[in-house]
Design a binder for this molecule. Structure first.
Ligand code: ADP
Ligand code: MG
Length: 275
């Protein structure tokens, strides 16, 4: 299959190309508060189409809260948000339900740390991917099954047609994470949000998944927002790093600058903690 097939020809990237300066992601002065806790406290950043940015910081620094805000997941939860969140031209905080549905289904896809929490143990992996694809594209069952096998093959599941009929527990941890990435890829997103995608995996498998993300980025041109507490993971996977602490940006810039010559004492501490 040609890499082009992974792109959605009618994809919503069109909205983002209105002007050359358009960003895939634009977050401006974002605040997310849970009761008295400001989990995100005045955060701003941009991601260019096809770019890759890592949000790095200790557990509790607000990374996942930012990732959720990009998909409008705080709506109706009681969390209080302020500021601007735009993804591929959609103003997420004021978007209609229909716009949000389109955003979550096609434009931006999310992969989490634990594949088992996102996969149903009772259904074949291929059926679950086909189901997600059908929900967002209204493709026929047959086309959706074919798409599932295509993306499973694409993420390196050997003998994908046969393995697509396996249930999640028949896969290893690394294979499950690949399957979840396949699910995210099915609708050819412009943006992949990966929240600690390698944290639950051992080091060898971690490297394979990071490699896969890198290859997919090159082939599809999708943007990547990588959330990780692991500075080493960020260093290998992205162009830009934003270091978060207590919901704020401590430092933000190209990987080589931030990790090579950190200006902030906090970044130096994080780096020192890497084995
Ligand atoms: P990270 O992903 O960097 O580990 P999170 O974004 O998950 O951090 O959490 C940031 C802070 O917000 C933490 O103190 C966490 O306990 C709190 N928090 C996250 N989600 C909720 C929620 N739904 N309700 C209340 N507090 C939350
Ligand atoms: Mg988190």
């Amino acid at each position: 299959m040609s890499p082009k097939n992974l792109r959605n020809p009618t994809g919503s990237a069109a909205a983002a190309t209105d002007s050359a300066a358009a960003s895939l992601v634009e977050v401006a002065d974002l605040t997310v508060a849970f009761g008295a806790l400001r989990a995100v406290d005045g955060l701003s950043f941009r991601l260019a189409p096809g770019g890759a940015l890592a949000l790095v910081g200790e557990s509790g620094s607000g990374k996942s809260t930012v990732a959720s805000a990009l998909l409008g997941l705080h709506r109706g939860t009681g969390a209080r948000e302020g500021g601007t969140v735009r993804v591929a031209g959609t103003d997420v905080r004021s978007a209609s339900e229909e716009e949000l549905r389109r955003l979550r289904g096609g434009t931006a896809a999310m992969v989490f740390q634990d594949p088992l929490s996102s996969l149903d143990p009772y259904y074949a992996v291929g059926d679950q991917i086909a189901e997600v694809y059908r929900t967002h594209t209204r493709a026929s069952r047959r086309a959706a099954r074919a798409r599932a096998v295509e993306v499973l093959d694409r993420v390196g599941i050997p003998d994908a047609a046969r393995r697509s009929r396996s249930r999640p527990h028949e896969f290893s941890g690394g294979m499950r994470q690949r399957a979840l990435i396949a699910m995210a890829l099915a609708c050819a997103p412009d943006l992949l949000i990966a929240d600690e995608p390698t944290t639950a995996l051992d080091v060898t498998v971690q490297a394979q998944i990071l490699d896969l993300l890198h290859t997919l980025r090159e082939e599809t041109g999708m943007g990547l927002l990588l959330v990780t507490h692991d500075v080493g993971v960020a260093a290998e996977s992205v162009d830009e790093v934003l270091v978060m602490r207590h919901g704020r940006a401590v430092e933000h810039g190209p990987v080589a600058d931030v990790l090579g010559a950190p200006g902030a004492a906090y970044t130096r501490e994080l780096l020192a903690a890497v084995p």
